[in-house]
Design a binder for this molecule. Structure first.
Ligand SMILES: Nc1nc2c(c(=O)[nH]1)N[C@H]1C(S)=C(S)[C@@H](COP(=O)(O)O)O[C@H]1N2
Ligand SMILES: [Mo]
Length: 431
């Protein structure tokens, strides 16, 4: 083992440089794909591509294990080399925490069906937190460490003696540059060097651009409920009149108020509705197809339920008090024909659909919801009317629901056509 490590450490300086650059490219790839995955903008335009981006992100993340593990073999030697450089030691420790933290939380998110929502929620929080802290740090690090900004005196990676003894074995321009590049930094500048100045500009720029969003994220992650719901309600573009009157179980909410926050997901621009362009239809293989306008719709008997809401990307909102019409009541009103097999749900965005089988529809808590915690559902979150299927991942819970069609054949929903699992059941250790 000792010998083998010695062999791995041979040509140490060059190996460390190559490792560093591989690691840097991988982190850059992961940063870009990761930002694309969380960015709502890309959700709209990427569609199917999003599933590919997700796979690139997962595979890239697993590949990150290679440089990390490889570094561990070089670490003892590197550590000795930088023993008098506290900044560089801090850098190594920080980067290791980031990489290992990202990898572990990322693996848990990838395996979320096995680990369940509670673990996935924590993993997502850690993954986000590390990104908020780590990404600005890494951008700062790479900008200030580029050749033109870096003070050669402070460089820690040196080629090992054997490589220097045999100059012929220094093949890459980069490796050579590390040892020999002359620099103007040798001439001391009286007050503030250009480098130090640029470093501050980069640092301040990053802090100003990332800081506010970070604080908002932190606030919404650490408080339960509230906050942005009010914002969404205040800017709700829907103009349905009248407002539905909440049942007593809905206000105050039977569940005591939702815990957590919804992330606004949509694959189209957010649609908005008023009484003139909104209606709700049940049709297809039914005895009594029917269409309601808003006033008629509000007269349908509603009930209240409390349930958790889990997105397959790792976040959850607990104890939602939903008020609406159980799906089964619609099926009874319309009278399902024996030839029907599947219930297809349409979104008023004109694009998103999903389906469940008639057998799955026996679940009593599937609801066509119009109120959440006693309040109307804002357009951002699928109002005026959205579907909720608490026992399945939330991509089944179609927003802006305006049509239910009974069909004989199967139907593959929007995200399922783009790679999501047709089986959306939550892990069964949940309620
Ligand atoms: N019409 C429509 N419904 C949709 C989606 C969507 O993009 N469009 N996203 C689904 C997914 S993946 C989730 S997690 C939830 C998110 O609901 P929210 O945006 O209210 O948080 O809505 C589901 N229903
Ligand atoms: Mo989702």
């Amino acid at each position: 083992m000792g010998r083998w490590i010695a062999a791995v450490q041979k040509g140490f300086g060059k190996k460390l440089i190559r490792l560093h650059s591989w690691n840097a490219w991988l982190v850059a790839l992961l940063a870009i794909t990761g930002l694309v995955l969380v960015g709502g903008f890309w959700r709209e335009i990427l569609g199917e591509g999003r599933v590919w981006v997700r796979w690139i992100h997962i595979i890239g993340g697993l590949a990150l294990l290679v440089p990390v593990v490889y570094y561990l073999f070089l670490a003892s030697k590197h550590w000795k080399q930088i023993r008098e450089k506290p900044n560089q030691k801090m850098n190594v420790i920080l980067v290791m925490i980031l990489l290992v933290g990202w990898i572990i939380s990322g693996i848990l998110l990838w395996l979320l069906r096995q680990v369940g929502p509670a673990v996935a929620n924590t993993a997502l929080f850690i993954h986000d937190l590390l990104t908020w802290v780590g990404l600005p740090y890494i951008i700062y690090h790479s900008l200030t460490r580029t050749a033109w900004l870096k003070d050669p005196k402070k460089r820690s990676i040196r080629l090992s003696e054997d490589a220097i003894a045999k100059p012929a074995s220094v093949p890459t321009g980069k490796a050579a540059a590390v040892t020999t590049k002359p620099s103007s930094a040798q001439t001391p500048s009286p007050f503030y060097t250009r480098r130090a100045f640029l470093r501050s500009v980069i640092g301040i720029g990053l802090a100003v651009s990332v800081g506010p969003t970070f604080i908002r994220w932190l606030g919404s992650s650490l408080t339960t409920g509230g906050g942005s719901w009010e914002e969404m309600a205040a800017s709700n573009p829907n103009k349905m009149v009248p407002d539905p009157k909440p049942l007593p179980a809905s206000l105050p909410p039977e569940g005591g108020g939702a815990q957590g926050e919804f992330r606004v997901y949509t694959v189209t621009p957010i649609p908005s509705f008023d009484n003139s362009n909104w209606s709700f239809t049940i049709d297809g293989l039914v005895d009594r197809p029917q269409t309601w306008n808003w006033e008629q719709f509000l007269k349908i008997k509603r009930s209240v339920q409390v349930s958790d809401f889990h997105c397959v990307t790792g976040w959850s909102v607990y104890k939602n008090t939903w008020e609406g019409i159980p799906l089964n009541d619609f099926l009874k009103m319309a009278g399902v024909k024996p030839t029907a097999q599947t219930i297809k749900f349409y979104s008023g965005d004109g694009v998103y659909t999903d389906s469940i089988t008639l057998e799955q529809a026996q679940l009593k808590d599937i609801m066509v919801a119009i109120l959440h915690d006693g309040k109307i559902i804002p357009a951002d979150l699928g109002g005026p009317v959205r579907l909720v299927i608490p026992k399945m991942y939330a991509y089944k819970s179609v927003k802006w629901l305006n049509r239910i069609e009974l069909i004989a054949e199967d139907h593959i929903g929007y995200w399922e056509q783009r790679g999501y699992d047709k089986d959306a059941w939550l892990p069964d250790n949940l309620s």
